[in-house]
Design a binder for this molecule. Structure first.
Ligand code: NAD
Length: 460
């Protein structure tokens, strides 16, 4: 077995990473990439792409393994940094590191064949090959910065692409370190893994640039549309992982205390700022009150944390008074009124709001959950499918036939039964409808980073 690389990062200085070197900020705590640095990074990525693609899959995998092991060895430092920069609890930050490392390890188990014979007759042979696209750019949001970066880097690199990461301006620190960037300089040839930090205007500079072949984007639907429009000008490939507003359908036969606690735990994870968690909870009429009481007890037991979407959450809560809606727990008053300074929002559960209300139709991306009654199976499926999001969904039932029947009718990229938001590097994950295009994860995910080529040989 290869010896474990030992790289110890400091979490004090932060650099762009260009052509295998850390390029420090001149005038600020974090670097802001200049046009010249963008140019240098894309050039370095293009030059490295040829060499990297020519290496056998097994060598790329071995380097990725070394990188993952080093990330693992530094995970405590990353978790602390993530806790400080993003505002999630240390526990949740450690969970994100664990998820990132597991996802990368599982991705590294995958392989696309170099060449595969897909047809052979007396007259001809046809083989299929997967060729890397070249330079990949990853643009990620602030809610799961480490995981979303790792998800992309593993797939891009193992398939033979080079990768430039653009972190979110709201959470760049871990990405500059992890991503690869600085840690990556110890394991990958110069130009294979780079990071450029900047404000929102850095995104368009990368999506519009010649020399970038694929953009893999995670973020809001509104920005995703801009990314796609920009990529179309140079016909870049694009993978879009966008917002979600996942329904959770709870059937009459569940263990109410257990299921309500799990659903509430999932719904308020990371202050509700997760792309795929229960965001609309449909509870069967016969258990609605009991289920709601457990959800409320869970929500009131939570301690408050920071909320970066404070303004948009305040806006949604204003809807309560304007439309005379009812809330089961939480507050529509100034969420700072609890005496704590800062951007705090109380965990809030809406009590059976109409399907057309903003809290049901829009992605809250904060600790605000609508809970609705249902009685008829066909009707609740229609209500769940009615809006234009299609990232995830879940069904909660002890009746496997009923759960499977409902699950197969839901319009979402991932449907979970008696769980929600489980991810694995070997399984494709992606949204349908406005929630995205393409997938990350699994062989299908790897193929998004490749061109397919067929070679036809006439034999007779
Ligand atoms: P956002 O769209 O505002 O920003 C995401 C990234 O895009 C940031 O790095 C930002 O700097 C960059 N960006 C901004 N303008 C750009 C432009 N014109 N061109 C290129 N890049 C640009 O999203 P956000 O508020 O940071 O994240 C929250 C959203 O992301 C939520 O809707 C959430 O559901 C979604 N999300 C989806 C997934 C998924 O896998 N489907 C994962 C995480 C988050």
């Amino acid at each position: 077995m290869a010896s474990q690389p030992s790289v110890k990062l400091n979490f004090i200085t932060f650099s762009n990473v260009i052509g295998g070197k850390c390029v420090d900020a001149e005038n600020s705590e974090v670097p802001i990439a200049s046009q010249d640095e963008i140019e240098r990074a894309v050039n370095a990525a293009q030059a490295a792409a040829k060499l990297w693609a020519a290496l056998p899959w097994a060598i790329r995998r071995a380097k990725l393994h070394d990188f993952i092991n080093a990330l693992d060895a530094n995970s405590a430092g990353f978790a602390e940094m993530l806790d400080q920069e993003q505002g999630k609890t240390l526990n949740e930050a450690q969970g994100e590191l664990y998820l990132s490392i597991q996802f990368l390890r599982r991705t590294a188990t995958l392989e696309l064949p170099d060449e595969e014979e897909v047809d052979r007759t007396e007259q001809r042979q046809v083989v299929k090959r997967y060729l890397p696209l070249g330079v990949a750019v990853g643009i990620v949001p602030w809610n799961y910065p480490v995981f979303l970066a790792c998800q992309r880097v593993g797939q891009a690199l193992i398939t033979g692409n080079t990768f430039i990461l653009k972190p979110s301006p709201s959470a760049p620190y871990c990405n500059l370190k992890v991503q690869l960037a600085e840690l990556g300089t110890h394991f990958f040839p110069p130009g294979v893994l780079q990071a450029l930090n900047g404000e929102d205007d850095l995104g368009p500079s990368l999506t519009s640039r010649e020399g970038v072949n694929v953009v893999t984007f995670a973020g809001s639907i509104a920005t995703g549309k801009k990314v796609m429009a920009s990529c179309s000008k140079t016909l870049k490939r694009v993978i879009l992982e966008l917002g979600g507003n996942d329904p959770a359908i709870v059937c009459a036969d569940v263990d109410v205390a257990k299921t309500a606690t799990i659903v509430a735990y999932l719904a308020f994870t990371n202050c509700g700022q997760v792309c795929a968690i229960p965001k609309r909870v449909y509870v069967h009429d016969s258990i609605y009150d009991e289920f709601g009481a457990v959800m409320v007890a869970y929500a009131t037991s939570l301690r408050l944390g920071t909320d970066k979407s404070f303004e948009s959450i305040k806006n949604l809560l204003a809807d309560v008074e304007a439309n005379k809606l009812s809330i089961a727990t939480g507050s529509t008053q100034n969420p700072g009124d609890n005496g704590q300074k800062g951007l705090y929002s109380q965990p809030t559960i809406f009590d059976n709001p109409p399907d057309t209300s903003r809290v049901v139709v829009e992605e809250a991306f904060g600790p605000v959950i609508p809970m609705m009654r249902w009685a008829d199976e066909a009707e609740v499926i229609e209500r769940a499918n009615k809006i234009d999001y299609g990232l995830g969904a879940s069904v909660w039932s002890n009746d496997t036939t009923q759960a499977g029947r409902i699950a197969r009718q839901l319009h979402a990229g991932s449907v979970w039964i008696n769980t929600h938001a489980e991810l694995d590097g070997t399984i494709p994950f992606g949204g349908i409808k406005s929630s995205g295009m393409g997938v990350e994860g699994g062989l299908e995910g790897l193929k998004r980073y490749c061109n397919v080529q067929t070679i036809w040989s006439k034999l007779a």
